[in-house]
Design a protein around this ligand. Structure first.
Ligand code: ZN
Ligand code: ZN
Length: 305
C-alpha cells in the first residue's frame, strides 16, 4: 500500500472519531441546556433569556443557539430526539427543522424522515404540512445602514399590503415602494401603541404632576378586611415608562444591565405589602424574567437601579 493511501486512511479515521465526539458533545449540550433552562441558571448570571446566555456566556453563534434551544425544548416532549442526535442518527439541524411539526403523536413518522431523508427532501416534506417553514424570517446587513429582510406572507396579507401601497401612492401622488409602505405603517403603529411615545405625548399635554398615592386604602374602622390595592395612576405610569425608555432596568450584581425591551412589567421596589407606594421612586420597569426573579429571590433593593 502506498504511503499516500495509508495517510489518507489515517486522516479519514481521525475525522470519523472527531465528528463522533462532535455529535456526542451536541447531545451533551442539549442535556445541560435543559438543566440550565429548568433551573433558570441564565438569570443567576444576569441574562434575561436562555438564548442570550448561550450567545453571550457560552460564546456560541446565534444560529447554533437557536437550534440548540429549539431542540432542547422539543426533546422534553419527544425524549428520543436527543438520543438520536447523540447516536449521530439525526443531525442537530434536521432536528431543529422537524421541531415545529413533530408532536408525541406523530414522532415516529418525523424521526424517521429526519434520520433518512436528505436536507432538501426533508424541507419539502415539512413545507407540505407547514408552508410558512419555507421562508425563514431574517434580517441581514447589506451596507452599514441598510438591511435586507426576508419574511414570508400569506397571499391574503400580501394583497392587503398591495392595497396599502395603492393608498399610500394615491396619498403621496407618486408610486411608493413596499419599503415606504412598511416604514409608514410601522411609524403609525408605534405612534399609537408605543408606551414610551404615548407617555411623552401625555406628559407634554397634561404636565408632570404626579403625587405619590398611598397604595392601600385604609380598611374600614373596626373591621379585619384586607386593604385593597390601588391601581397605578396613568400619569405616573407614563412617567415611569418615559424615564425607563421601554427597557428593563435590572442590573445584575455582576454589573450586567439587562436592557430587555420585550415582556416588560412594572415592579414596586418596596412591596405594597410593606407599605410601598405608587411613586416614581418606588416603581421600575423590569422584564418578566427579572420580575419573577426579584420576587423569587427577594433580592436586596441595592441590586435594583
Ligand atoms: Zn413586582
Ligand atoms: Zn430584565
Amino acid at each position: 500500500m502506498s504511503p499516500d493511501v495509508t495517510l489518507s486512511r489515517q486522516i479519514h479515521q481521525r475525522a470519523l472519531e472527531i465528528s463522533s465526539r462532535y455529535k456526542k458533545a451536541e447531545s451533551e449540550l442539549l442535556e445541560i441546556l435543559d438543566q440550565i433552562d429548568r433551573h433558570r441558571v441564565y438569570l443567576k448570571h444576569g441574562h434575561p433569556s436562555l438564548f442570550l446566555y448561550v450567545v453571550r456566556e457560552l460564546g456560541l453563534s446565534e444560529g447554533v443557539a437557536y437550534n440548540l434551544i429549539t431542540v432542547t425544548r422539543k426533546a422534553r416532549e419527544v425524549p428520543e430526539l436527543s438520543l438520536l442526535i447523540g447516536q449521530g442518527t439525526i443531525t442537530l439541524s434536521n432536528a431543529r427543522k422537524i421541531a415545529p411539526v413533530m408532536t408525541p403523536q406523530n414522532k415516529g413518522e418525523w424521526l424517521k424522515k429526519a434520520a433518512t431523508l436528505s436536507h432538501r427532501a426533508l424541507e419539502k416534506e415539512i413545507i407540505k404540512v407547514r408552508p410558512q417553514s419555507a421562508t425563514q424570517e431574517g434580517v441581514s446587513y447589506v451596507t452599514e445602514k441598510r438591511v435586507k429582510m426576508v419574511v414570508g406572507l400569506s397571499e391574503q396579507d400580501m394583497l392587503a399590503l398591495r392595497r396599502a401601497q395603492d393608498l399610500l401612492s394615491q396619498a403621496r401622488g407618486k408610486p411608493v415602494t413596499l419599503e415606504e409602505v412598511i416604514a409608514q405603517m410601522t411609524g403609525e403603529y408605534l405612534k399609537r401603541h408605543d408606551p414610551v411615545k404615548r407617555a411623552k405625548r401625555q406628559i407634554i399635554k397634561k404636565g408632570k404632576q404626579a403625587k405619590p398615592v398611598a397604595l392601600q386604602a385604609a380598611p374600614p374602622h373596626g373591621t379585619n378586611l384586607r386593604p385593597t390595592r390601588v391601581p397605578i395612576p396613568a400619569n405616573l405610569l407614563h412617567q415611569v415608562r418615559l424615564r425607563d425608555q421601554g427597557r428593563c432596568t435590572y442590573t445584575h450584581e455582576n454589573g450586567r444591565k439587562c436592557s430587555q425591551t420585550r415582556w416588560l412589567e412594572i415592579h414596586h421596589r418596596i412591596p405594597v405589602s410593606r407599605g410601598g407606594e405608587n411613586s416614581l421612586e418606588n416603581l421600575i420597569t423590569v422584564c418578566r424574567a427579572h420580575h419573577g426573579w426579584i420576587h423569587q429571590e427577594e433580592k436586596p433593593l441595592a441590586a435594583l437601579h
